[in-house]
Design a protein around this ligand. Structure first.
Ligand code: NAD
Length: 368
């Protein structure tokens, strides 16, 4: 059996609590002979600053670069509000994204039937929803130059952000989206604003060409990003994979996420360039933060982190079947009426982090 190296960076706040449940899953998969995963653990965020004076040490970065994948819990908290800007906890996360060259952010929006009533949309619109938003993560208006505020005198200033995209940046993100669609329902919506933005015109042109040359078997639809935002709340189940730029992806992925209910349920993956063997650098993490308000109480929802681990098994370790089983176990436990406090519902049993992990393991054991 192939052996994979996984670096665990639990981080701050509830990070170590939710990561502990992933460690139990790794031990379970090993004991069942389903996966051979060698783990190392290191510091990131505020805890790394406390230990080393920086949000991620060189040694931890080297480990991240050497691993097949990295799993991160969460970083930050009020304790580190006063640390210098360059050493703030988030700097560790940004350094990981930059040095691993993670340009593709995958944010699934999955609505488990048992949680459909927690959505702000009607049950029939979201029950069974399964969308993948593919956001370009390293280009666009968040990084384009010039980026400045210029003093014009007489009490006036001018602020400038620059949206820039080059052909290769669009090609590689489109490729990730089409490849994913082939493993799902074979449908890609490409969202931009070609009606008012030159980057939108180029985005549309490049996605169209990549599709024609390499993925004619996948259905491609172009959609204006503002219409995409509307359609996501009007009829979200019309979408399968949505590929879009950094700014629109930031908004659309949060919008899609809310259709599914709670922050404690949302996984994510960030992928880099494929190497000669088709393997990509990758970082998996829950969408939520370190939740300092509940840290240390054993009540955090571990599902977002467990679902991020399932994505790691699927996309980095070629263990799609084990990932499917973990996702089914999560759905089963929710169907049984078990809830952590953040997703509690009348008539359901509220459990803590460890009990939720126990229940998911028990569901997996039954299946095994
Ligand atoms: P947050 O996501 O940490 O928490 C928002 C709310 O959701 C809180 O009430 C929290 O208790 C709840 N929540 C979040 N995850 C939960 C879970 N798994 N189970 C149960 N409840 C959960 O966002 P915030 O409060 O804005 O930020 C807190 C800290 O986290 C800040 O320092 C922020 O900078 C940092 N942060 C880090 C990341 C990251 O590591 N990727 C992302 C967002 C925020």
């Amino acid at each position: 059996m192939t052996s994979y190296k996984l670096l665990l960076l639990p981080g701050d706040g509830i990070g170590p609590e939710v990561m502990a449940e992933v460690e139990r899953l790794i031990a379970w998969a090993d004991a069942q002979g389903l996966a051979k995963i060698e783990t190392e653990t290191d510091l990131v965020g505020g805890c790394a600053y406390d230990a080393h004076g920086e949000a991620i040490s060189e040694a931890a970065m080297m480990r991240a670069l050497a691993a097949n994948a990295v799993m991160l819990g969460a970083v930050g908290g009020p304790k580190w509000d006063g640390v210098p800007y360059d050493q703030r906890p988030e700097a560790g996360l940004l350094r990981l994204r930059k040095d691993l060259e993670l340009f593709a952010n995958l944010r699934p929006a999955i609505c488990y039937p048992a949680l459909a009533d927690a959505s702000s949309l009607k049950r029939e619109l979201v029950d069974g929803l399964d969308i993948m938003i593919v956001r370009e993560l390293t280009g666009g208006v968040y990084f384009g130059e010039p980026k400045e505020i210029v003093d014009l005198g007489k009490g006036q200033k001018r602020a400038v952000d620059t949206q820039v995209y080059e052909t290769n940046e669009i090609e590689r993100i489109a490729t990730v989206a089409f490849e994913l669609a082939r493993k799902r329902s074979n449908l890609v919506h490409s969202a931009e604003k070609r009606n008012v933005m030159k980057t939108g015109v180029l985005w549309n042109e490049v996605v169209t060409r990549v599709h024609k040359e390499h993925y004619p078997d996948v259905t491609l639809q172009h959609i204006l990003a503002d219409n995409c935002a509307m359609q996501l709340v009007r009829r979200p189940k019309q979408f399968d994979v949505i590929v879009t730029d950094n700014l629109f992806g930031d908004m659309l992925s949060d919008e899609a996420a809310m259709a599914t209910g709670s922050l404690g349920m949302l996984p994510s993956a960030s992928l880099g360039e494929a190497d000669a063997r088709g393997k990509r650098r990758a970082l998996y993490e829950p969408v939520h933060g370190s939740a300092p308000d509940i840290a240390g109480r054993g009540i955090a929802n571990p599902i977002a982190t467990i679902a991020s681990f399932a994505m790691c098994l699927r996309y980095s370790f070629d263990l799609g079947e084990v990932a499917d089983n973990i996702e089914r176990a999560i759905a089963h436990v929710l169907d049984q009426g078990l809830r952590t406090a953040d997703i509690s519902q009348d008539g359901c049993k509220t459990v803590g982090t460890r009990e939720m992990g126990d229940a998911i393991l028990a569901a997996l054991d039954r299946k095994a």
